[in-house]
Design a protein. Sequence first.
Length: 76
Amino acid sequence: PKGKVVVLCGPPIMIKFCLQSLKKMGYTDEQVITTLEMRMKCGIGKCGRCNIGSHFICLDGPVFTQAELNELPNEF
């Protein structure tokens, strides 16, 4: 649907199935915003626990569009 945005927040399994439903409803990856805060530990980029590839979730996020997540390595 044009001109709309969806914000998802919840456990990864819920987000996975919501994404499938949203795609069927016609939402694009740019219209879906979600979070990866479950991966954060220190929150300031020092511990390295939240990195996915070269990105630190605590510094570069934790809010991302699904399009941005598609560009990250499939580590989460």
